[in-house]
Design a protein around this ligand. Structure first.
Ligand code: SAH
Length: 206
């Protein structure tokens, strides 16, 4: 149980954490919405990489970051894997989700009309290497990993908590090489030079 400044009686950390997680997911959806609407109006020049394989990866990621944690948040299932949530873990999860949403918004702002849910090249696609894209090549994937980490901290259930890291991890592992090959095919030496001076998701490390 924890006491919150605006409530007269203590509430369970699990209840608060579940609301923080849900607010984070809704916040993410609202941040993405205007970009999603804009992306739909931007013509696609090359959709050869928009495959069933890529949609399958998106489904796996949605299961891990959305469906499985939502089932736990609403029903408490799978019950056997739940543990007690400390106030410091709740605070850490909240902080990480805020950073994830901030980074997510920055990546959308920098990528603009070049963004897409699946792998594709837009009409007059531009290679973005500035803003957060100066630090790493896949900052939006960094933001999703931070979201998955926040989920692991906020949902005190080994299955529902870790499903985000597993689900998004699978998407990342099976997509990033193909995405980079697609970018190299489109931008050639310019992309090779960008790869040479940046890491994938953690500045200076990986
Ligand atoms: N992997 C990036 C972008 C994810 S969105 C990130 O994590 O930030 C996926 C789409 O973004 C791909 O279809 C590709 O066309 C586009 N894309 C990826 N990197 C890009 C870049 N540096 N500049 C422009 N478009 C890019």
């Amino acid at each position: 149980m924890i006491s919150l400044p605006f409530l007269s009686h203590p509430v369970s950390t699990l209840l608060v954490a579940t609301y923080v997680w849900a607010a984070g997911v809704i916040g993410w959806y609202l941040l993405r919405l205007p970009f999603e609407l804009k992306a739909r109006r931007t013509r696609v020049a090359d959709a050869r990489h928009r495959t069933l394989r890529d949609y399958t990866l998106l489904t796996i990621s949605t299961l891990g970051l959305g469906i499985i944690p939502a089932v736990f948040a609403i029903t408490g299932w799978p019950r056997g894997f739940t543990y007690a949530l400390s106030a410091s873990q709740l605070a850490a999860g909240t902080a990480v989700f805020i950073v994830a949403l901030w980074l997510f918004w920055r990546t959308h702002r920098d990528l603009g009309r070049n963004w897409s849910v699946t792998l594709e090249i837009k009409d007059s696609h531009q290679l973005i290497t500035s803003g957060v894209y100066r630090q790493v090549r896949h900052p939006m994937y960094s933001a999703f990993f931070l979201w998955a980490l926040a989920q692991a901290l906020l949902l005190p259930n080994l299955v529902a908590g870790l499903s985000g890291l597993v689900g998004f991890g699978i998407l990342f592992a099976f997509r990033v090489g193909r995405e980079e090959a697609m970018m190299r095919e489109t931008f050639g030496a310019e992309y090779d030079a960008y790869v040479a001076r940046t890491k994938r998701i953690i500045p200076g490390l990986y």
